[in-house]
Design a protein around this ligand. Sequence first.
Ligand code: NAD
Length: 258
Amino acid sequence: MARTALITGSTSGIGAGIAEALARAGCNVVLNGLGAGGEIEALRARLAQEHGVDVRYDGADMTRPAEIAAMVERAVAAFGAVDVLVNNAGIQHVAAVDEFPVERWDAILAVNLSSAFHTTRAALPAMRRNGWGRIVNVASAHALVASPFKSAYVAAKHGLAGFTKCVALEVAQAGITVNAICPGYVRTPLVDAQIPDQARTRGISEEEVVQKIMLAGQPTKRFVGIDEVAALAVYLASDAAQSITGAVLPIDGGWTAQ
Ligand code: NAD
C-alpha cells in the first residue's frame, strides 16, 4: 500500500521540492503552506497527475496548535497514518537582538520549532500502531552554527536539532526514525527575501550579500540545490535508512566543516 507523506510548508521552495520527490517515489502527499489558492491548486493537481498519487492540500497555520492537530487528524482519517512527516515550514527575520521585534521572535519559534512538536505528537500514535514511521525535520546549518542577526532562527533551529534527537531516542524501538536535515544556503523565496534585509542591516549591496555573506561561508561557492535536499529527504524516508536516527545531517557545501 502506498505510504502517505505530510510536508509542512510545501507550497514553495524546499518543501515543494520534497513533496514532489516523495510523490515521485510513490507516496500520497498532503501539502501544507500559505499562498495563493490558484497556485496551490495547480501544484496539487500537477503532482497528482504527473505521479499518479493522491495529493491533498491542508491550509493549517503552523502558528496555531489546534489547526496543526486537526490537520494531522484529517490526514490520518483519510489515509490511515502519516507515514512520512516532514517538518519543513519556516520563516526568517534578520535584525540585531536588541532590536528584534518581539512578535517576530514568537512567530519564528512557533513556525520553525513548536509546529514540529505539534505535528509529531499528533502523528506518532498511528506510526506506532503500524510499527513504521519516518520524521524528517528540515533544520539548517544554523542548527549547528550561528550567524549574527538571526537570533530567533538560530535558537529555533538549534532547538529543532535537540527535539529531533530526543524524539529519536523515545521511538527508537518502534520502527520510527527521526532525523534533521541541515541545508546551507538554498536559493528559494525565503533566501531571496533576506537579501534586501541583509543589505539594509549591513549597509552593503545585494550582490555583496550573495557573494560576501551568503556564499562566503559555503566552501563550494554555490547554492545547494532544492533537488539535492529533496533526495536526502527521500532517502531518509526509505526502508534502507532504518538505522539512521537522531542524526543532524549537514547538506551545506562544507559550511559547518570549518
Ligand atoms: P520558503 O519561504 O520558500 O518556504 C517556506 C514554506 O513555509 C512556504 O510553503 C510557506 O507558505 C510555509 N509557511 C510559512 N509560514 C507558515 C505558517 N504560519 N503556516 C504554514 N506554512 C507556513 O522557504 P524555504 O527556503 O523553502 O525554507 C523551507 C525550510 O528550509 C525552512 O524551515 C527553512 O528554515 C529551511 N532552510 C532553508 C534554507 C535556504 O537557504 N533556503 C537553508 C536552510 C534551511
